[in-house]
Ligand binder design. Structure first.
Ligand code: COA
Length: 394
């Protein structure tokens, strides 16, 4: 769905500063399901469920023993988050008020798994953008906020279906899974354990949402993203992004959490039931307050360590959770209200796509940047975890 500007004359890094990893993002790509759910459709389904529940509990509500459930509104969603719609794996189950959950049939062990499919589809776009074929890949890192299983690693399934070589593994660090994976890919190349790496980010988020939670039912959408990372001096196509440096940070917080896991069924009190805390949940207001200063300082420190002023960075591809949050962070970095070019948003169309968000923004909004332009790909979210990739267009 996106490719680099192949017509651009490649400027070799003869003026490359000393501070560089010597690696580059040579191609990026995304894939998303075709189904779209608007805020209006989502609220109609959610409110249908609220009305049914309130009718069922009418006596308790009338007697004051129970609070009525409150409806959700499209106006609140747009005002609080900037999200207008999202791509979803399945809208039939999601929009059924008696279900409010995607229909995702189990697949047999010899069929491609869902997250593998998201990864493979995005990977093919990224490989084409880089001018690479899968046989040239010798490291596949799959980063995602949720993994549909633990073994065999989904990355190994991706490696198999693409026909890549070398080794592959999964990693999960919430919303920084993609940026941390890019950092690892770059470091693996520098360490000599890979020559051409593929990072895949299959964020099939609608499976771990609580669609009955008014505070968060509108947040997420599904997407697959991928980038190719390789040594700068081996890049085949013009217009790649040299990775000057990477930086990661984490600071424990339970304000964004999902307790779903293999020990759930062992709890003697609760059995196998999937309660709300075994899906995504958050203290959104607290996250907002904590993460805005944290992310702004994190990127400022990273950029300034390179002798660059944050206000001189040409583009910030920020994590895509909330428009108001991104505007505030970008304003702190730039010193003025960001334009759509300085800190592009994709969450209006995609919703929050967890760790894929900043990669989707990067994939959609890099073609126009000239050689020498600087940019920062940054994630911030569950953990808390923050990842920053400082790049320069070749
Ligand atoms: N429809 C209508 N009204 C709603 C609503 C909905 N779906 N959900 C909440 N409201 C109401 C609340 O009840 C509250 O009203 P009240 O005070 O009368 O009860 C009001 O809107 C404000 O709610 P609040 O939760 O404070 O909204 P908010 O402005 O903080 O926005 C988030 C909520 C989640 C969009 C926002 O906090 C956010 O995005 N935070 C960052 C989260 C983040 O980055 N997460 C990372 C995940 S990867």
């Amino acid at each position: 769905m996106s490719s680099f500007d192949f017509g651009r004359t490649r400027c070799l890094s003869i003026f490359m500063s000393a501070a560089t990893t010597g690696t580059a993002i040579s191609g990026a790509g995304i894939w998303h399901p075709e189904n779209v759910i608007t805020n209006e459709e989502l609220c109609a389904a959610f409110n249908g469920w609220v009305q049914t529940e309130n009718a069922r509990n009418a006596a308790a509500i009338a007697g004051g023993a129970q609070e009525p459930l409150r409806e959700s509104t499209p106006d609140f969603i747009v005002k609080a988050s900037g999200i207008q719609r999202r791509y979803v794996h399945d809208k039939v189950g999601l929009l059924d008020p008696t279900r409010l959950m995607p229909l995702v049939p189990d697949r047999a062990d010899d069929e491609m798994s869902v997250q593998c499919e998201y990864a493979v589809r995005a990977a093919r776009v990224a490989l084409a953008a880089a001018g690479r074929v899968a046989e040239e890949i010798d490291l596949v890192i799959l980063g995602a906020s949720n993994l549909q299983r633990l073994y065999p690693a989904i990355a190994i399934e991706v490696q198999h279906h693409l026909g890549a070589r070398g080794w592959a593994f999964d990693m999960a660090v919430g919303c920084s899974s993609a940026t941390f994976a890019i950092q690892l890919a770059s470091e693996s190349i520098r360490a000599g354990s890979a020559t051409c790496a593929l990072v895949v980010v299959p964020e099939m988020t609608t499976g771990h949402m609580n669609w009955h939670d008014r505070d968060s039912h509108f947040i997420f959408g599904d997407v697959g993203a991928a980038v190719v990372v390789e040594p700068l001096d081996r890049v085949k196509r013009a217009g790649a992004f040299e990775i000057l440096s990477t930086r990661g940070m984490s600071k424990y917080s339970s304000n964004i959490r999902n307790n779903g896991g293999f020990l759930n069924r062992c709890d003697p009190e609760r059995g196998a039931a999937a309660d709300g805390d075994r899906l995504f949940y958050q203290q959104g207001r607290k996250v907002f307050k904590d993460v805005v200063p944290l992310a702004a300082k994190f990127m400022t420190d990273h950029v300034e360590a390179h002798g660059l002023a944050p206000s001189k960075i040409d583009r910030y591809w920020l994590h895509q959770a909330n428009k108001n949050m991104n505007d505030l962070i970008a304003k702190r970095l730039l010193g003025h209200e960001p334009t759509g070019l300085e800190a592009p948003l994709v969450l209006d169309e995609f919703g929050n796509t967890a760790s894929a968000g900043s990669i989707v923004a990067f994939t959609r909004h890099h073609d126009d940047l000239p050689s020498g332009a600087h940019g920062v790909i940054c994630s911030f979210g569950a953990g808390y975890s923050l990842g920053s990739i400082l790049v320069r267009r070749t």
